[in-house]
Design a protein around this ligand. Structure first.
Ligand code: ASN
Ligand code: ZN
Length: 322
């Protein structure tokens, strides 16, 4: 009793009040709080059933499976760039968990976004290595998901080539960000290291010099074009989406270098603002998209307009107005 008891009660009160003020886990919906990016890499075990077996999720340590771990570090870096530099939380802008699958099929020579998840083949080992190897290929596929959830550019003709090009643009932004490069220092290669050494290729595509990424007896020459004078009319490849994407790719590269700084903070931010701004319909032509980027460019409008002019895209003055 007495002073001892009083001191003990005091201590208890202090403890209780401390406990009361202890930080509580914040509900994920709380304003201003962004939960850690959520993702799961699955293993298709060389079959084509999706998504396959869960192999690694956000917060898990490395597995030792190279493709699983490349996909894991690649999606972390990609989500981080969109969050840090564009304030976009995952592909849907709402922190949607990302599902990825590696070891898809047997010797499968491609990667894709299927509308639900990202999928990566191992490559046949003769022409192609793992599709998880260049991190920009992963960022390219993820960016298709971003496009689908924003302007939803129809995957055919000019709008399809724009869909392809925007995916390459954010992919190159990610590559440069990881290398600590400004736009002027970037190599602008997409998919460097994806071909085996037996193929005479530097990469899948070269945004700075479309049509020069490879020239090989087995796979032929890079068929991309980089100017409207060379626009390819074809029914193959959804109307040449991977061929004509070289035109807006080159415009992006020229704009990024002219604006300076990092590609994501300059042209990347402008292209993203155009994509989400509501002035780019699903069936957008190059001219309509170009007008939206000029409108989103602020002080850099002249540099962006000049970049498009250099690839032969004249701005449609009526586009972007309502
Ligand atoms: N890798 C190709 C691409 O992302 C596959 C496709 O979906 N056409 O463009
Ligand atoms: Zn693509």
């Amino acid at each position: 009793d007495g002073p001892e008891r009083a001191a003990r009660d005091d201590e208890l009160r202090r403890e209780r009040s401390l406990r009361g003020r202890a930080p509580r886990p914040t509900p994920p919906s709380a304003e201003g709080v962004v939960a850690a990016p959520d993702w799961t890499v699955h293993d298709a075990e060389s079959r084509t059933t999706l998504p396959g077996q869960p192999a690694r999720s956000a917060g898990d340590p490395a597995t030792g499976d190279v493709a699983v771990d490349e996909a894991a570090t690649g999606i972390e870096a990609t989500l981080q760039m969109f969050l840090d530099d564009l304030a976009r939380d995952s592909y849907d802008g709402r922190g949607g968990p990302v599902s990825l699958t590696v070891h898809y099929g047997s010797r499968y020579n491609n990667a894709f976004w299927d509308g639900t998840q990202l999928v990566f083949g191992d490559g046949d080992g003769r022409v192609f290595e793992r599709f998880t190897k260049p991190v920009d290929v992963l960022a390219h596929e993820f960016s298709h998901a971003v496009v689908e959830h924003t302007a939803d550019l129809t995957y055919r003709g000019q709008s399809g080539a724009l869909n392809e090009s925007v995916a390459d643009a954010f992919a190159s932004c990610l590559k440069q960000r990881l290398l600590g490069q400004d736009a002027g220092e970037g190599d602008w290669l997409i998919g460097q290291g994806i071909f085996t050494p037996s193929i005479q290729a530097r990469a899948l595509r070269d945004m700075a010099a479309p049509g020069t990424a490879y020239d090989d007896p087995e796979i032929g020459a890079d068929p991309q074009v980089g100017h409207m004078d060379d626009y390819v009319e074809t029914t193959a490849d959804n109307g040449g989406v991977h061929l004509n994407s070289g035109i807006p790719n080159k415009a992006f590269q020229l704009a990024a270098v002219a604006i300076g700084g990092t590609s994501i903070s300059g042209a990347g931010r402008i292209w993203y603002d155009a994509l989400v701004g509501g002035d780019v319909p699903s069936g957008a032509t190059f001219a309509t998209f170009a007008a939206a980027t000029v409108a989103a460019a602020g002080d850099h409008a002249d540099a962006v307009q000049d970049a498009w002019a250099q690839v032969g895209v004249e701005i449609d003055a009526a586009a972007g107005e309502t």
